[in-house]
Design a protein around this ligand. Structure first.
Ligand SMILES: Nc1ncnc2c1ncn2[C@@H]1O[C@H](COP(=O)(O)OP(=O)(O)O)[C@@H](O)[C@H]1O
Ligand SMILES: [Mg+2]
Length: 264
C-alpha cells in the first residue's frame, strides 16, 4: 500500500526505513507496507447496569493507517466516545488489545498510559475544554509542558500555530472572551502543538453553528493533512464525513466500513 494514497503527502516522520512488528516500509517505495498506527484486536467493552450488562463494543477489529483521516459515525449512544477512550487508554477494554504506534496500551500501567497520551495524542472535544484560568497562549503551552518540552522554540511554535488558526491577536485573552468558533480554533492548535502522531476529535463541530463548524473543520483538515498527522474524528454529522479518507459506522457494537456514496 502506498502511504500517500489519497493524501498527496508523505506523513512527517516517515522518512527512511520503518519496521514495526510484521510491517516494513521505506518511504518512496511504491509497494511498501504501511504500519497501522492504531489497531483494535478483538476489542469488547461493556458497562454494567445494575444486574444487566450493556455491551457497547463487541469483538471489534479495526486498523487506522499512519496518515489516514478516519471518520467514525454512529448514533448517539452507539459507543463512539467509548472507542476513542479505549484508543487513548483513558479506558480499558474488557477483552482484546488496543495497539497504538506499536504499544499495546491496555497492557501498560496507568502512569505510562498517561505519559503515552501526553506525548503522542492530541484531543479536540465538543465543548473545547480549554482551561478557563489560562490565557490562549498558556492553554497552548500546556501540552508542551505536560510532554516535558518547554524549550524557547516551543513558544515560537505555539505562536506560529495561533497565527495559523487566525488568533495571533488573541494570545493574551482568556477563553471566556472568545466565541465558540475561536475557542475551537485554539483547541485545534492545542491538539497539534506537541506534534502528536494521532489526533482524536470527538464531535468537534457539535457545539458550533453550521458556518463556524465548516470553517473550523476546513482548518483542522488542512492542518492535519499538511503535517501528515493521523486522525480519528467522531461525528454524527454526515456533512463532516466528507473530508474522510475512510468512513466507519458504529452500529450495534460492530464497526462497519461504509462508502462515501452510502451517506444520504
Ligand atoms: N462510564 C460509563 N458507565 C456506564 N455506561 C456508560 C459509560 N460510558 C458510556 N456508557 C454507555 O455506553 C454507551 C455508549 O456511550 P458513548 O460511547 O458515550 O456513545 P456515543 O459517544 O456514541 O454517543 C451508552 O449507552 C452510554 O450510556
Ligand atoms: Mg460521544
Amino acid at each position: 500500500m502506498d502511504p500517500a494514497r489519497g493524501r498527496g503527502v508523505i506523513p512527517i516522520g516517515w522518512s527512511g526505513r520503518i519496521v514495526a512488528g510484521d510491517y516494513e516500509m521505506t518511504v518512496g517505495e511504491k509497494s511498501a507496507n504501511v504500519a497501522p498506527l492504531v489497531e483494535l484486536r478483538g476489542v469488547s467493552k461493556g458497562y454494567r447496569e445494575g444486574e444487566r450488562r450493556h455491551d457497547v463494543l463487541v469483538d471489534v477489529d479495526a486498523e487506522v493507517l499512519a496518515g489516514e483521516i478516519v471518520v467514525l459515525l454512529g448514533r448517539s449512544g452507539s459507543g463512539k466516545s467509548t472507542l476513542l477512550n479505549l484508543v487513548c487508554g483513558i479506558d480499558l477494554p474488557d477483552e482484546g488489545d488496543v495497539v497504538v504506534d506499536g504499544v499495546t496500551i491496555n497492557r501498560v500501567i496507568e502512569r505510562d498510559r498517561t505519559l503515552f497520551r501526553r506525548d503522542h495524542i492530541g484531543f479536540i472535544f465538543q465543548f473545547f475544554n480549554l482551561v478557563p484560568t489560562l490565557t490562549v497562549l498558556e492553554n497552548l503551552m500546556l501540552p508542551l509542558e505536560l510532554a516535558r518540552r518547554t524549550e524557547a522554540e516551543d513558544t515560537d511554535k505555539a505562536l506560529g500555530l495561533l497565527d495559523d488558526v487566525g488568533l495571533a491577536d488573541r494570545i493574551s485573552s482568556y477563553p471566556d472572551r472568545l466565541s465558540g468558533g475561536e475557542q475551537q480554533r485554539v483547541a485545534v492548535a492545542r491538539a497539534l502543538v506537541h506534534e502528536p502522531r494521532l489526533v482524536l476529535a470527538d464531535e468537534p463541530t457539535g457545539n458550533l453553528d453550521l458556518e463556524t463548524g465548516r470553517s473550523v473543520l476546513g482548518l483542522l483538515d488542512n492542518m492535519v493533512r499538511s503535517t501528515g498527522t493521523t486522525m480519528i474524528m467522531v461525528t454524527h454529522s454526515r456533512e463532516v464525513a466528507g473530508l474522510a479518507d475512510r468512513l466507519v459506522m458504529l452500529r450495534e457494537g460492530q464497526l462497519v466500513e461504509i462508502g462515501h456514496g452510502e451517506l444520504s
